[in-house]
Design a protein around this ligand. Structure first.
Ligand SMILES: *[C@@H]1O[C@H](CO)[C@@H](O)[C@H](O)[C@H]1NC(C)=O
Length: 638
């Protein structure tokens, strides 16, 4: 029905789908506050340079008389800039040696890519966890050596490309490189040994481990890759007779990191325990039999005994070794291990499928961590973990989840399933491949080039229209609730590939603990709650108004305001600031400069601004009610 508007609200998506996808769900969470433009890039780079050997003449123009960056132009050799920030260093083939000062690099909070290819660096792997902003790391063709710690790359959440080719690294491939986010991984021509850790092939485009000393099976997920990626490792194998090398560490699944989700680290499954007991018993019987035999023959049993002990341990060990990290836990009677589905017509999977899925940590929001999980069949889901929902009984919680499962609207992100545990709940949603409205609006100045451009006016209007439709649906379906959404903010409005808005984190107030609800949900930051401790049907409208103002002005709410008690008051001041600015400069003066504006659009934008301001009236009877706001917004022309 709104194809015409779809056609015009498509702008910038082209070659960078992958990077957007990876950045996507980070929007589920409150992003860290932006770096101020005043980071001391020059100082950091000069410090980095002093630890290098042979830096001159190649880095001769690194000196304090100029800034490293002017806009998108790098003034210093090898420095890549975006909007005045250093986002990359490309110092290839400069005969560099010496120390890599990661502490100095950690100051460059926009540093995304670092290339030191074809230099003469030696020694162990530097600790890149101090530079957690990295997305690409190129260290090929150096003399690095030694074992890389297993967790060397953990916590570098956006890392997608790593090239360590043609060095002298040895020991096992660190499992922290086997992240589902990895897109390119070059480990060829080193001395890596052991097995290939379990990779999910999800995003892998380049993968090369040729010319190492690896052994054991090629993970099934990687078998479709070009065989030259594996050549030169004589002990790598495929097929049923191919056994994993015994020294391989099992990969621990992110979903298993909590105390509630059982993992093999904490206990064996009942089946495993049974196998161990049975094999133990068998071994014991065997030993008794042998003892009997020995006694029969009654000759030197001093020699026999140690061998028998060895036999026994050999019989037990293959079973105890074979615990999977996904094994479900020791006490199934205490911990729920069954997902409850809230929709009948949906393809079902169980918790084990979820634990077996490749999982990617998306971030942690005001509630808890969230993950993207891709099932073996390719289905992508978002798993959110909530800890502030411990008061309800299982039945009450179940009833509410069922109620959410019945909600169905093109502008609501559907809840798929949940897991009830005493201390925490997991909610499983469908995954949407684009970004939140908030992320689109506030890609502050440090955006690398492949990131999306800001939304144009038509996309913004489309997002707002979708939002009010979803909101109106919730209000119609849930007449008994004060604030049927309760948590409307720009980071909770996802945009799909066609910029349709999908609301998430809706209708949680009935299950969040009363003591925590006013902290956790943004609707509780409304003026009426601050004044009287009471919510109203218009509390969601207040949030809508803020969303509209944020969308029109491009001014971020979350990042400027503190959390906690003051938040409501600060929010009100934020609104007042915009109103005053609009009065002083005229509406056009407050619109986001990044939004392309035509003359016809401007009248509609002014109307939307007025609607936003009316939604943000502190006094309830001056504030628009939702029906009126919907009507006015639907009338806006595209
Ligand atoms: C892997 O690396 C080796 C040696 O560097 C090269 O010969 C081979 O073509 C590479 N294979 C792929 C698929 O990149």
């Amino acid at each position: 029905m709104n194809n015409a508007q779809d056609g015009r609200c498509i702008l910038w998506r082209r070659g960078h789908v992958m990077s957007v996808v990876a950045a996507t769900m980070a929007a589920l969470v409150v992003a860290p506050s932006p770096v101020s433009g005043q980071e001391n890039a020059a100082g950091a780079l000069l410090k980095f340079k002093t630890a290098l050997v042979n830096a001159d003449p190649a880095l001769g123009d690194w000196n304090p008389s100029t800034e490293p960056c002017t806009g998108n132009t790098g003034n210093w050799a090898g420095v890549l800039c975006y909007n005045g920030y250093v986002w990359g260093l490309q110092l290839d083939s400069m005969h560099l040696q010496g120390q890599i000062d990661v502490d100095a690099l950690s100051v460059l909070q926009s540093l995304r890519t670092l290339s030191l290819t074809d230099n003469s660096f030696q020694g162990p792997m530097p600790d890149w966890r101090k530079v957690p902003t990295l997305t690409s790391l190129y260290l090929s063709d150096n003399q690095f050596s030694g074992q890389i710690p297993d967790d060397a790359f953990s916590g570098i959440d956006s890392l997608k490309k790593v090239y360590l080719s043609d060095n002298k690294f040895s020991g096992p491939i660190p499992s922290s490189l086997a992240s589902p986010r990895m897109v390119e991984l070059g480990l060829d021509n080193n001395q890596f040994s052991g097995g290939i850790p379990p990779f999910s092939a999800g995003n892998i485009r380049v993968f090369n481990v040729s010319g190492n000393k690896l052994k054991g099976p090629i993970p099934p997920s990687l078998r479709k890759l070009d065989p030259s990626s594996f050549k030169g490792n004589s002990a790598l194998c495929e097929g049923p007779s191919c056994e994993p090398p015994p020294d391989m560490e099992p990969n621990i699944h992110p979903l298993a990191l909590t105390k509630d989700v059982p993992s093999s680290r904490r206990g064996l499954s009942p089946a495993t325990i049974a196998i161990i007991i049975i094999s133990g018993l068998l071994a014991l019987i065997l030993i008794l039999l042998l003892l009997l035999l020995c006694l029969r023959w009654s000759l030197d049993d001093d020699v026999e005994t140690p061998r028998m002990v060895m036999m026994r341990s050999e019989m037990v060990s293959p079973y105890s070794e074979r615990r999977s990290p996904m094994t479900l836990g020791a006490s199934p009677q205490q911990q729920a291990t069954k997902l409850s589905f809230v929709r009948d017509n949906r393809h079902k999977f169980d918790l084990q499928d979820l634990m077996r899925a490749s999982a990617e940590v998306l971030g942690s929001g005001s509630f808890g961590a969230s993950y993207k999980a891709v099932l073996v069949d390719g289905e992508a889901l978002v798993v959110k973990r909530f800890k502030q929902m411990t008061n309800l009984t299982k039945d009450d919680f179940h009833d509410h989840m069922k109620r959410l499962g019945r909600l169905k609207h093109p502008n609501l992100l559907p809840l798929v399933a949940y897991l009830y545990r005493k201390e925490e709940k997991l909610l499983v949603f469908d995954f949407v491949t684009n970004n939140s409205l908030g992320k689109h609006l506030h890609d502050d100045g440090k955006r690398p080039e492949e990131w999306p451009k800001p939304l144009n006016w038509l996309c913004r209007l489309k997002a707002i229209k979708g939002t009010v439709r979803g909101l109106a649906y919730l209000h119609a379906e849930l007449p008994a609730l004060d604030a049927p959404h309760g948590h409307l903010k720009s980071s909770n409005v996802l945009l799909d590939n066609n910029y349709n808005a999908l609301l998430m984190d809706y209708t949680l107030s009935p299950v969040v603990n009363p003591a925590q609800v006013s902290q956790a949900l943004v609707a509780y930051k409304c003026p009426e709650y601050a004044l009287s401790g009471r919510m109203s049907r218009k509390s969601d409208v207040w949030c809508l108004g803020i969303l509209i103002l944020e969308t029109l002005t491009g001014k971020a709410v979350d990042k400027q305001l503190g959390q906690g008690r003051q938040y409501g008051a600060e929010l009100a001041r934020w609104v007042k600031g915009i109103v005053e600015e609009a009065n002083a400069k005229g509406a056009v003066g407050v619109f986001d400069k990044d939004m392309e504006v035509s003359a016809e659009a401007e009248t509609e934008m002014e109307k939307l601004l007025q609607i936003g301001i009316r939604c943000c009236q502190e006094e309830l009877d001056k504030r628009l009610d939702l029906a009126e706001a919907v009507k006015r917004i639907e009338q806006l022309q595209e």
